[in-house]
Design a protein around this ligand. Structure first.
Ligand code: FES
Length: 147
């Protein structure tokens, strides 16, 4: 069996939504301390809808495929739906990732959450801090333990 699904290969070879957005309403950047990969997400938001989303990923194929798929999954959706996107859902949409590559999809979830948090902060929009606590904890854990 091939290590990577056809969908992973397709999104890796032909990533959707690569680039940046001038004057983005929210920008989120996360890094994985262990592999050094970095992902940056740009959001254009109007009336609570994600009108446009772009990404830059300096990372492995799985991280690129995950960012590509994740941006496709939140484009045109409400910010609330985007907040609910999990790395598991991204991996499932890619028809799976090898177990040792699941952490790459976590970058996509966290980068999107970071970008949304940036949008909320910039616009003084109150949000449920609990939604971000888990992420902060994970990031801290990654930094401390180099995972
Ligand atoms: Fe670093 Fe995939 S190996 S994100």
């Amino acid at each position: 069996m091939a290590l990577y699904s056809e969908k992973v290969m397709d999104h890796f070879m032909h990533p959707r939504n690569v680039g940046t957005i001038d004057g983005a309403d929210g920008v989120g950047e996360v890094g994985n301390a262990k592999c050094g990969d970095i992902m940056k997400i740009y959001l254009k938001i109007e009336n609570d809808i994600i009108e446009d989303v772009k990404f830059e990923t300096f990372g492995c194929g799985s991280a690129i495929a995950s960012s590509s798929m994740a941006t496709e999954m939140i484009k045109g959706k409400s910010i609330h739906e985007a907040l609910e996107l999990t790395n598991k859902a991204v991996a499932e949409a890619l028809d799976g990732l090898p177990a040792h590559k699941m952490h790459c999809s976590v970058l996509a979830e966290e980068a999107i959450k970071n970008a949304l948090k940036d949008y909320f902060d910039k616009n003084n929009i109150p949000y449920d801090h609990e939604k971000f606590e888990e992420m902060d904890h994970e990031q801290l854990h990654a930094q401390v333990h180099g995972e």
